[in-house]
Design a binder for this molecule. Sequence first.
Ligand code: B12
Ligand code: SF4
Length: 469
Amino acid sequence: MMGSMKVLLISPKAPLSGYSKLFLPSDEMNLGLLCIDASCREQGHETQVALLSVEEEGDAVRSFGPDAVGITSLTPTYPTAVRIAQEVKKADPSVITVFGGHHVSALPEETVKLPCADYVIRGEGELAFNELLDQISRGNREPEIEGVCYEKNGVCINGESKAIIEDLDALPFIDQDILENQRVFIVSSRGCPYQCDFCSVGSFYERRWRKRSVESIIAEIKVNEEKRRRQGKKLTWIDFRDDNLTVDSARLLELCDRIEQEQWDVSWHCQSRVDTLLKNPGLLDRMKETGCSFVGFGLESGVQEILDSYRKGITFEQSKEAAALLTSRKVLHIWYAMLGSGDHLDTPEMLKENIEQIASFPFDLLQISLLTPFPGTPLYDRLVKEDRLLHRDWERYDGLQCVYKPQGIDPEAMEKAFLWAYRRVFINSGLARIVHTIKCSRPFWGNTISPVSLLKVARDMIILKRDMF
Ligand code: B12
Ligand code: SF4
């Protein structure tokens, strides 16, 4: 029988740099950490989950007195995660520290070598973390567990293995009260069968897409709906956090049927891929009928050659077709686009072409970022090989700063083009677009967009030269 432990789980509150301040949700609690929390509690551990800054860390350790601390990290939050672990060890060197999340899964060696890091868990942490706590409570500090790595005599042990969970239905539901959010968050599948060059999802999950049953998804929504009802609140918004909810249209249609049967007066949203949405023409209608109010898509680029070099596997034309379909069905559509290609297509001409195509694209809402080589992606591996990373200042890998040497343009010019793109797409496109954007962004005001930061960015865009190219 395993001993019960006190476990503190930390989502780092990372300082925002540059234009990251435009988007508030970096202060959002990491959902994966709540999955670890639920699994730990199921095993009888006492847990506390916290969104903490470095300054707040020491107090949390002293007041809760954990046996183990688990810290999550994306690339831009990794430096804060490390500083937090250092504070943990300073407050109490006997506390076991365990790192998880996308960044350390890609680069476990650099983390296990740090004196403040006892273990790294690569991949999905629920089962591996519990197994690790079990082994530690039995006195085994060097366990052999899939996905768990640690340092021994300067070597990263088990650094190649990865924890991937087959049966997602077997995992406990997360405690959504911790999030204090109007939305109910559901991850109904994990992984992605594609392998776009810039994205770490394909490699993180080793391209294994796994789904939960419709029964399990409905049961999780029901638990949260009933909880809200007891609190005198109503379930109004379900946020599906899958990378692509439309991978399996038969499952989604079944899910729509069940949402309808439950008669929840609910609005829901998800992310999709244009090709998997267009494949089944009736799918969007069913989604809309059962409450789907907006869908996010990776537009990625307005230039087909760049889309091909990303190995995205879609066409710009398909995206236009999908946008028209969504508009005709009155479902709000949000697109994510990038500047930069990471190869010979990084020229001023291509940048201009990309920005012009994006500006002409019939989106409802659009977010532009700069191509960023996140560790674990094919893009990162290639740029490392070509010695074209400008630095490993991970905090600045936030999608808003140029962190690699483009082949045909200066990094500074690339960053300026980023700002110019926003101006060209949103301001120079005329009053109708501005009004449309403001109208469409209403559901997000004060939620994910900060008006103060928006004003600051607007000022920076306006003082840019009138025409950059
Ligand atoms: C929803 C989402 C968001 C949301 C909310 C994120 C959140 N708070 O949870 C928002 C919109 C806020 C967001 C913002 C960003 N995101 Co984001 N996001 C996602 C997305 C689509 C789903 C995340 C999710 O919920 N996954 C499901 C849960 C169950 O998985 P998980 O979080 O990975 O957790 C599991 C494991 O990682 C591990 N684990 C995680 N933490 C820990 C801790 C311990 C101790 C252990 C043992 C294990 C462990 O176990 C968990 C359970 O299995 C992912 C793609 C993806 N599929 O992961 C991108 C993704 C995580 N985002 C990414 C990026 C880049 C960003 C931004 C930088 C983008 C930007 N320019 O603004 C910001 C960063 C914000 C910040 N400062 O943290 C990248 C991260 C790449 C990287 N190496 O860092 C991803 C992978 C997308 C991609 N295409 O590459 N994101
Ligand atoms: S960008 Fe989307 S489709 Fe491509 S690998 Fe990532 S999650 Fe999958």
